[in-house]
Design a protein around this ligand. Structure first.
Ligand code: CA
Length: 762
């Protein structure tokens, strides 16, 4: 059989070689087609092959990045397509090409289309993840970034400034991308106008899904920025259309507009803390946008500065933001303002907008000794303002005679700001045919927003092949795990934790010779009726690491077995920069005997860390040689701070030698929301009087933007000190009972104090 098969006749040989030659020709033609045919494209497996393919690529060509993980890949897509025949660089399969490690992408040249890539598990070696340039002066023009994902591609150093997308050049488009979980400092997407080659750019940013961006607690947390102040009087001409912004909470400016001639159309802002801010530049238009606050803190609408900026036919729903974060904010300017300060509002037009249950409309906002130029030649017309509960929603901080009000409507029960131009009518809150809250009244004519549903949604933006990510750290979503008393049982259990796990402790002692590292959302609680006691032989019991959140409930925590060294603590943050905000909740706990050596704190934080919230509820703290909470490690006065919400409720603090609470936020920057401090029903006895507390403050709030104190008893303790700075902090103190010696001390009197009981010493 084999022999017969191998015995090939001469004729067969001739035939065979003829056929082989034909096969080779056909195969050559086929592979040529693969190499050069735009339909098939050329597949590359590494950066070297990609660069070779780019050298050979012709207009209409297509280069395909092979599925898999591309690690430490610095891509430079430098090629020239044509309008009719662009060059495409794409993924073998969308969502299966992952760019990881220290990687980035530069797009330079003309008519290039990049699609299908996912950046994750890493960060850029340069200042941008994706830049539309090779280097200074060498830009991409007529290029498009579409259907790409950047997910948590962040420098571990919180304040290392990095941008995710930098748009240089002209006529570029970013569309249908999904950007989620930007953490470190730097704008998510920026339009760069540094030179003429980027001005009058005609860029288009559309149908992108801008997902969760955590509160940075500093300037530099914008989701989008167009221009910078030095070039803010040049025209950008960018269209920002039909994008979906969800929980973009980086700072006060969701979008910081710093250039002229931009259009923001039909975007949806879903529960975003901050505003679309016309920070600099003239002749910008916001039209047909939807702002849904849904009652979340610091949600805002549109903030106006500069000339001929307009907001027309927009919809605003349940926005709570105050001052610069109001639903509509018209700022005061600085006379002859330097370019980086505040230009006067001139020729502003705000018409046909609908505001439903929005708490604050702020006019002449920011009025102070420097910002004295009031709005001029500005129109507020054909708007509808409805509020179901508030008696007052307008605040005028200065002279509003430069604002003309025409044909605006307000519902009965809310106080109009001016006699003419705001008509009070009975309105009915209804649900329109698309399910949106709307108002009706026979008394209203030609007013309010005419668009009845948002054009941009989570479904019609971004990509459909990458899961939407929920980033919130949540307690109690994992398993319940019983932990027996004994040496290190808790440390060993928690060090294996999965997100949301709950560790349930019994009556007995839990001594720990090891640190307990909190690397995700962990709850440690007593079983019903149980009395577990936790001690540690380390300098600290719990260390909250990046991605961590800790909830303690029903525990007794004793410092009695801590090492005989100064500076112990029960909870610390990571000692290193944390790019993820953490949470700490302590409830129904008794914390005592933190008195082994001096400066024993309940909590010790480190620089470049940030808490979303620190909550102490129904707790007793007794006998502590250091602080309970000392949140003052951002000392450079750059407006950076360490915790957004600090809440003390129904708790007692006794014999704490240093302060019970110190919160420090220095500097004059106005980009952030917090910190916010709330103290309710607390008693502080014999605290703040140790010799290592030179300020002799039991509570020290410096630069806190919102403080609400209700029913606080200070018994034989040191002073309650306030340093009120930075704009217009809100400080409300009700039912403060001070027993001998102490006082409330403040740098100014801009706080509300009601029901002070001050009992002099005997
Ligand atoms: Ca900013």
């Amino acid at each position: 059989m084999t022999e017969n098969f191998l015995q090939i006749s001469k004729m067969d040989q001739i035939k065979k070689s003829y056929l082989t030659r034909n096969y080779i020709l056909v195969a050559f033609a086929f592979f040529s087609l693969l190499l050069y045919n735009p339909v098939f494209g050329i597949k590359v497996n590494n950066v070297k092959e990609l660069n070779e393919a780019l050298d050979a690529v012709k207009p209409g060509g297509k280069i395909i990045l092979a599925n898999g993980i591309w690690i430490n890949a610095e891509f430079l897509f430098n090629a020239k397509g044509t309008e009719k025949a662009p060059i495409e660089i794409t993924a073998e399969e969308k969502g299966k090409v992952f760019i990881e490690g220290r990687s980035n992408l530069r797009i330079s040249g003309e008519y290039l289309v990049v699609s299908g890539l996912v950046f994750r598990n890493g960060y850029t070696p340069t200042g941008d993840v994706i830049a539309f340039r090779e280097k200074e002066g060498v830009y991409g023009n007529h290029c498009r970034l579409t259907e790409c994902v950047i997910d948590n591609f962040n420098n571990p150093e919180r304040f290392e400034t990095e941008l995710w997308v930098s748009l240089y050049g002209k006529n570029n488009r970013v569309d249908h991308c999904y950007f989620v979980d930007k953490r470190s400092q730097g704008v998510t997407l920026a339009v760069r106008l540094e030179d003429k080659a980027g001005q009058e750019n005609n860029h288009q940013i559309d149908h992108n899904y801008f997902g969760f961006r955590q509160n940075l607690a500093s300037n530099g947390g914008e989701t989008m920025r167009l221009g910078t102040s030095p070039n803010s009087l040049t025209t950008s001409g960018t269209l920002v259309e039909a994008n979906y912004f969800e929980h973009c909470d980086g700072e006060q400016e969701i979008i910081s507009n710093k250039s002229c001639g931009n259009t923001f159309r039909n975007n949806t802002f879903w529960e975003c803390s901050g505003t679309l801010s016309y920070r600099h530049g003239h002749d910008n238009l916001a039209e047909g946008n939807f702002f849904f606050g849904n009652g979340k803190d610091n949600t805002g609408g549109i903030r106006i500065i500069n000339e001929r900026n307009k907001a027309i036919n927009n919809y605003f729903y349940k926005l709570t933001g105050y001052r610069f974060r109001g639903a509509l904010v018209v700022m005061n300017g600085v006379p002859n303002s330097p370019i980086n300060r505040y230009n006067q509002v001139v020729g502003g037009v705000f018409s046909n907008n609908t505001f439903i249950d929005c708490d604050y409309i702020q006019l002449c906002a920011g009025s102070d000794k420097e910002r004295t130029a009031v709005p001029f030649d500005t129109k507020i017309e054909n708007n509808v303002f409805y509020h179901s509960t508030a008696k007052e929603i307008f605040t005028a901080y200065d002279d509003i005679s430069g604002i003309t009000f025409t044909n605006n409507y307000l519902n009965t029960g809310v106080k109009p700001l001016v006699d003419k131009g705001i008509q009070v009518v009975d309105m009915k809150l209804v649900t329109n045919q698309t399910g949106l809250a709307a108002v009706e009244s026979p008394g209203m004519h030609n007013a309010g927003c005419t668009i009845t549903k948002p054009g941009a949604t989570a479904e019609n933006t971004g990509v459909n092949w990458y899961p939407h990510k929920s980033v919130e750290l949540r307690f109690g979503t994992g398993k319940e795990i019983a932990v027996e008393p004994g040496e290190n049982t808790l440390a060993e259990a928690v060090n294996q934790s999965k997100p949301g796990d709950v560790f349930v402790l019994k009556t007995g002692e839990y001594p720990n010779a090891k640190n307990i590292f909190i690397r995700n959302a962990v709850t440690i609680k007593a079983a019903p009726g149980a009395k577990p006691v936790l001690t540690t032989e380390k300098n600290s019991l719990f260390s909250i690491e990046n991605e961590g959140a800790l909830k303690l409930s029903g525990l007794e925590i004793s410092g009695a077995k801590s090492p005989d060294m100064a500076g112990n603590s029960i909870v610390t943050t990571s000692k290193y920069s944390m790019n993820r905000n953490y949470k700490l909740i302590v409830e129904n706990c008794s914390v005592k005997d933190l008195d082994v050596n001096y400066a024993f704190d309940f909590m010790k934080i480190y620089k470049n860390t940030m808490a979303d919230s620190i909550v102490i509820r129904n707790c007793r703290f007794t006998n502590i040689t250091g602080h309970v909470l000392e949140l003052n490690k951002e000392y450079e006065d750059l407006g950076i701070y360490s915790a957004e919400y600090v809440i003390l409720e129904n708790s007692e603090f006794t014999d704490v030698q240093n302060s019970v609470l110190t919160v420090y936020r220095g500097g004059t920057d106005e980009s952030t929301f917090g910190p916010a401090v709330k103290i309710t029903n607390c008693t502080i006895t014999n605290c703040g009087k140790g010799k290592r507390n030179p300020g002799q403050n039991v509570i020290y709030l410096h630069g806190v933007q919102l403080a609400k104190i209700n029913n606080l008893n200070l018994v034989e303790s040191a002073d309650f000190r306030l340093f009120l700075t930075n704009g217009d902090p809100v400080t409300k103190i009700d039912k403060l009972n001070i027993y001998p010696e102490a006082d409330i001390v403040s740098n100014n009197k801009k706080y509300e104090l009601t029901n002070l009981t001050h009992q002099a010493g005997n």
